[in-house]
Design a protein around this ligand. Structure first.
Ligand code: M6R
Length: 365
């Protein structure tokens, strides 16, 4: 049932404040302002020397975001790879190590094969899954559930933001267990997480503006998506979303990589979408935007108004986000990124729920 929405994808984008809120409530002790995992861990996070993450597609980008969080908040090295590469490359894994697999369906063939390989190598397996009865959930030592509810649209939206919510909580829980996250810092971060669903609801309100931008984006044949830090995985996700449902060629890049090649593509016809919350690397991203602007590039900025004003660049458009502490910005900024893809595809008359050549669950290799 699509409710009042034209597509399942629209419904699922709009549901996010609610399902992310529900997921967070499952992993947080709201009154104490602490993380509270709804399961016992069958390993001691303090003993981990490395975590390996594997997944495919959008779930992989959730995992890539988690790498930043786990390294920063839990001070544990993280290795991550797409499952179709990981499963064949005979990676040596540390004794008693942890493998985290991320999957909405819990049935993705390459992700499952990676899980089985890691199990043979003596890893503990923690899966972040949306379908509790799935093969991946059943074969894991712990299944950390995303409470997104059934996701029907082929393009993953609410499963992604719920994966991010669970992974953020895990990073904080591991940080505490490893003795590297002071209680006051955990409480500050948890209160930031508690504000995320409300900020997502505000982000959804940017929809009319994003819808207006869609006509101009729909004319593009190529789009570049840039981000730094945790906005980098989101730039990759934004490009994937746009490709999947609008069939516009889009590429996500780490903003700092721009001058190592892709800057050659910049001209007046290619939109460059930049995700730049006001975080520690914001100033660096501003320099990258100046490089684009100096070459006549058209920049669409997704940032808070202060970031937009401070940059003193003539933007083609600004999706003005509510200012927020930056740590968990990707969960909130995912909303405009999804809406940009959605409205561009709808403007172009594409079948957003059933894009050509794609299946919801990829159970073949
Ligand atoms: O069910 P999974 O999360 O394991 O699926 C992984 C990918 O196939 C999936 O995220 C795919 O990239 C989506 N179509 C992205 O929107």
């Amino acid at each position: 049932d699509k409710g009042n929405h034209r597509h399942f994808m629209a419904k699922e984008i709009h549901e996010q404040p609610e399902v992310v809120g529900r997921t967070l409530a499952h992993y947080l002790d709201m009154s104490a302002g602490r993380v509270r995992l709804p399961f016992e861990l069958p390993f001691d996070p303090a003993e981990l020397t490395r975590i390996t993450i594997t997944a495919c597609g959008t779930a992989y980008y959730a995992g890539l975001t988690a790498k930043y969080w786990l390294e920063k908040f839990a001070r544990v090295p993280v290795e991550i790879d797409v499952a179709s590469e990981f499963r064949y490359r005979e990676a040596p894994l540390p004794k008693g190590g942890l493998m985290i697999v991320v999957s909405q369906s819990g049935e993705t063939a390459d992700t499952l094969a990676s899980l089985r390989y890691a199990k043979e190598q003596g890893q503990h397996i923690l899966s972040v899954v949306n379908v509790p009865t799935s093969t991946i959930a059943r074969e894991s030592d712990v299944a950390a559930l995303t409470l997104a509810g059934p996701e029907i649209g082929v393009a993953s939206t609410k499963a992604f933001t719920c994966q991010l919510a669970v992974l953020a909580c895990l990073a904080l829980a591991f940080g505490r267990a490893r003795g590297v996250l002071p209680e006051a810092e955990e409480q500050r971060l948890v209160s930031n997480l508690i504000n995320v669903p409300g900020l997502m609801a505000e982000a959804v309100k940017r929809e009319p503006h994003i819808e207006q931008m869609a006509g101009s984006l729909a004319k593009a044949t190529d789009v570049l998506y840039l981000g730094r830090g945790t906005s980098f995985p989101l730039a990759l996700e934004g490009a994937l979303k746009l490709k999947e449902i609008s069939y516009i060629h889009a590429e996500g890049y780490a903003a700092g990589e721009l001058k190592h090649g892709p800057i050659a593509l910049i001209d007046e016809s290619m939109p460059v979408i930049v995700i730049a919350p006001h975080d520690a690397v914001y100033e660096k991203t501003v320099s990258n935007m100046q490089e684009v602007s100096a070459r006549g590039g058209r920049i669409i900025l997704v940032a808070d108004q202060r970031s937009a004003d401070d940059a003193s660049i003539a933007f083609e458009a600004v999706v003005a986000m509510t200012p927020m502490p930056s740590e968990f910005a990707p969960i909130v900024y995912a909303v405009p990124v999804q809406l940009i893809a959605y409205h561009t595809a709808v403007f172009m008359g594409k079948d957003v729920d059933q894009p050509r050549n794609l299946a919801k669950s990829v159970t073949v290799e």
